[in-house]
Design a protein around this ligand. Structure first.
Ligand SMILES: Cc1cc2nc3c(=O)[nH]c(=O)nc-3n(C[C@H](O)[C@H](O)[C@H](O)COP(=O)(O)O)c2cc1C
Length: 155
């Protein structure tokens, strides 16, 4: 039997493991209700074909040196024109890990994604400081909210 659920694609880039943990927390919460099919890809492994198969995109990455982490930037740069060619109009959400800021990473990701253009489904979430339970909770809440919205067709 074919699976008619929307696909929520979670793409992450992580150096130390923090963003990987955030992506996992978001994925677990998003998949809990079974409303959507959750697919998780590292940014270096993700392709425009993954985007084309998805109903929504959650990006998880850090701010490094006042910029969106390079691994995530490389992913967006790589799929930018192929996504435009395919006229992909996905809703997206951003989950950013940062030492003490994160706003530039958000702004740069928004600028790039506007160019495709993908549409922002929810307010970006920035988790600052060391990995902690509060970050797991915020990542989970974002994943769950995005999954629910996708399954209800609100984006
Ligand atoms: C080279 C480097 C540059 C960083 N620059 C910033 C920065 O500009 N602003 C900030 O808030 N945090 C900065 N950080 C902290 C990271 O955003 C934070 O440690 C994040 O959790 C890393 O996630 P990841 O290891 O999963 O990629 C930097 C960390 C590194 C290693």
């Amino acid at each position: 039997m074919s699976d008619s659920r929307q696909v929520l694609l979670i793409v992450y880039h992580s150096q130390s493991g923090t963003c990987a943990r955030m992506a996992r927390a978001a994925a677990e919460a998003a998949g809990e209700g079974g409303e959507v099919e959750v697919r998780v890809r590292r940014a270096c492994d993700a392709a425009v074909t993954d985007l084309a198969a998805a109903g929504g995109l959650l990006l998880v990455a850090a701010e490094n040196a006042g910029y969106l982490a390079g691994g995530m930037k490389e992913f967006i740069d790589r799929v930018f024109y192929p996504a435009i060619d395919r006229e992909l109009l996905l809703p997206y959400a951003l989950l950013v890990s940062a030492g003490n800021d994160g706003r530039n990473a958000v702004a740069q990701a928004q600028r790039l994604l506007r160019g495709i253009p993908l549409t922002q489904a929810t307010e970006p979430v920035i988790c600052r400081g060391e990995w902690c339970e509060a970050h797991a909770q915020r990542a989970g809440e974002l994943g769950e909210a995005f999954a629910t919205g996708l399954s209800m067709g609100v984006f």
